[in-house]
Design a protein around this ligand. Sequence first.
Ligand code: ATP
Ligand code: MG
Length: 563
Amino acid sequence: MNETVAALLRKDGFLNICHEALDRQVSGPHRHSTAIRYVPATWTAERSEVRDISYQELTNATHKFANGLKKLGVKKGDILFSLSPRIPELYTVALGTLRLGAVFSPLFPAFGPEPIFARMNKGKAKALFSQASLFRKKVLPVRDSLPLLEHIILIDDDGSLKDIPGAIDFYTLMDEADATPLLEKTQPTDMALLHFTSGTTGEPKGAVHIHQAVVFHKESGQYALDLQPNDVFWCTADPGWVTGTSYGIISPLCNGATLLIDGAEFNATRWYEILNHFKVDVWYSAPTAIRMLMKAGEELPKKYDFSHIRFASSVGEPLNPEVIKWVEENLHLTLHDNWWQTETGGIIIANDRKLPVKPGSMGKPLPGIEVALIKDFKNGEISFAESNEQGEIAIRKGWPSMFTAYLGNPERYSKCFVGEWYLSGDLARKDEDGYFWFVGRKDDVIKTSGHLIGPFEVENVLMDHPAVLESAVIGIPDPVIGEMIKGYVVLKKSFAQSEEQKLQILAHARKKLGAALAPREIQFMDNLPKTRSGKIMRRLLKARELGLPEGDLSTLESDSGRS
Ligand code: ATP
Ligand code: MG
């Protein structure tokens, strides 16, 4: 893939994500293909109104937006944040920003003022794209603390734009902008994207990504997601997260696919209708979302046909075998797990189409990516895990989408590397066939009676009980055995919380795991605490258990302090 970067550079003299995603398609076979199929929140299968945008139209819009930004004085390297629902304009803004050589940093629109301020302040935001209603509610309260924010570009969704001092109307900017083609000839290592991590283990970190990442976005999409030209592709992640940008915008466009964009929030019936009605070819989702579909029951999916889905996959959290089984039985699809992080910029380990799925395994590293499991490193000596032994997932430096900095935190960045390896902070083991099995985050591993136990293994067994919908497992400090394993369980709708149910689940766990690995205690929950991106926050459960303030979890951070 580094050869591809070099070849593109030799040929063009530059490398720009927007050029690869749009200009290359328009000058090739995809000028009239549909780039975006937008399904507004008001859509129903009966009253089917959608908005199709061709590659050519999207390209034209990004030229105008880039020219509009340039006229305002936004320059190469300046950071533009977005705080927007999933509307077509967001995609114009993302790609138009990259076209100008400015940096795009998406925020999840459900954030409140504090997380928005923290990220925009850290990123020294120069420009913001949002909607007037969202801006008033969430940015206005912190506006005065963001003195570097010069340009506020808004969609006037509620008629209040005129009351916001200095705000620029998005459509006026577009109407008045020059349509002349514009493209900043960025170099492969120029900064392109700023993505914040989910904050599952502590303060979210700002990971910097560069233009050459596009080569990996494109190729990993083909390999790990089976993306092909003209596919209808639905990535359910919001562009506010790295998945929703790398694979929700860049990769599918580079591959000439059609992005299906749902403007509404999750609703099981709607999701099934969308999959069915738009004949989705490739579907990329997350375990949390699939568990929400499971919660809606087994009758609902019977009404729909999913046979056109050629490839279905999941990322973001461990994919329990139980979830794979449910999807197999109820949607008649094989769900493929893959693993990566904000820092890696793209998919690193995957169950690709040709690889038989071993439920519970994340699959194998992508071609050209070298993954090792590191057991220990002392005085420059690295020891690697043997087959079936657990170690920290490490990736050999230099893949094209590797992050190049944690914004404003060089020490933390350098702590992520040992020798030639990037250390991910996640533990896994590799079996004799070369498949990787997730064990848990380094910080979440439980040390009990001399054993090192990954929560995922225990959670899988709890999930495997017929009454259990979701589970999380943590270790609670214990003077005798080090840590005591405790499980938190959300029951399926049709099961009631009772002492007897608890005992049954405990007995099931003991039978499957043995006394040493089984939880000693189980607590029923109505919901598990999750990040905004839907990841279970085990550290919060631990803080509650230890009576620590939930905001101050410093004592729970591992000494590595990396993730
Ligand atoms: P923070 O770094 O701020 O604590 P985070 O690690 O949750 O947050 P992300 O970069 O969004 O932020 O998530 C990446 C992490 O998600 C991985 O390091 C891993 O722990 C988990 N993850 C992603 N995909 C998988 C998967 N397929 N199986 C298991 N875990 C996964
Ligand atoms: Mg992380």
